[in-house]
Design a protein around this ligand. Structure first.
Ligand code: ZN
Length: 286
């Protein structure tokens, strides 16, 4: 908010401001993840695939339901922008906004990544995060946000002018196009708001503006997910590197990221059932 003309403050302004906050979504009534079962299942994992995401670029990967995947920091501090789709239907994809509303601005172990309407079901559950110690720092920042959208060449053009082709949006578009045999024009509308893996962000205390600061991630750190449905993923190694200063350019030091696909012992998932799509009948009162 800026340059707002002064308006009179009502006499009961303080009283109005003192109303208690109410959490919008009581997630206690959501279908719970069986975190005990997943904690046991992740004790015995076999690596069945690995993808290296080059710096300032993206790669796609597939994770069968009932498998785990890890996004691993290698070589240096690096932020990753993650997209997820139902491997069989690109119209069902990660719903960053609802995930934020259900869980928080930043996600961690036990939180779930929800899919878009009308499916609205957990696509993945976060089962481990080596940065969980970070919590909230003195600036109010945390890691792994679902606030930011992804760096993109359109915003960059508005803000700075010129065309930069290695923003996460473009990287994800190229990766999806290559994976699906699409043109970039066909792939682009499927790219969506991301999970900002390892990114350290918050809102400034005075004006609530979105800020970033150096990611605390170090080589060896990882965030781990359990695939609740068959997933097609794409991960971009953001041109911002650790996002300590800038993005949407070749200025920052950038490093690769690794994606590992991990299979648990089949018997360890006994009792787990993949989530069904949301049962709302889609009649909308009509
Ligand atoms: Zn980016």
């Amino acid at each position: 908010m800026q340059n707002i003309p002064a308006v009179p403050v009502p006499a009961d302004a303080d009283e109005r401001r003192r109303k208690p906050p109410v959490v919008v979504y009581p997630v206690e009534t959501l279908p719970p993840a069986d975190l005990g079962l997943l904690a046991r299942a992740r004790q015995n994992l076999t690596k069945v695939g690995e993808v290296i995401v080059p710096p300032r670029d993206a790669r796609a990967f597939r994770v069968p339901r009932g498998h785990f995947f890890r996004i691993v920091s290698i070589e240096g501090a690096q932020v990753g922008d993650l997209n997820l789709w139902n491997a069989g239907d690109l119209s069902e994809r990660f719903f960053s906004g609802k995930t934020r509303a259900l869980h928080a601005t930043h996600v961690g172990t036990g939180d779930r990544l929800w899919s878009t309407l009308p499916c609205l079901r957990p696509m993945a559950t976060i089962t481990h995060d080596t940065l969980s110690w970070y919590g909230w720092d003195e600036d109010g920042a945390g890691v792994h946000d679902v606030i930011g959208t992804r760096c993109d060449p359109y915003t960059n053009r508005l803000l700075k002018g010129g065309d930069y082709h290695h923003c996460c949006h473009s990287n994800l578009t190229r990766a999806l196009a290559a994976e699906k045999g699409m043109s970039v024009r066909e792939a682009e509308p499927h790219v969506h708001d991301v999970l900002n893996v390892f990114m350290c962000t918050g809102f400034t205390r005075d004006t609530h503006r979105y800020f970033m600061k150096a990611s605390p991630v170090r080589p060896g750190d990882f965030i781990e997910f359990f695939a609740e449905i068959d997933l097609l993923g794409a991960l971009s190694a953001c041109p911002g590197g650790d996002c300590s200063a800038t993005h949407s350019s070749d200025v920052a030091a950038c490093y690769p990221l690794k994606v590992e696909i991990l299979r648990p012992d089949a018997e360890s998932l006994a009792g787990w059932n993949p989530p069904e799509v949301n049962p709302y009948p889609r009649t909308h009162g009509f």
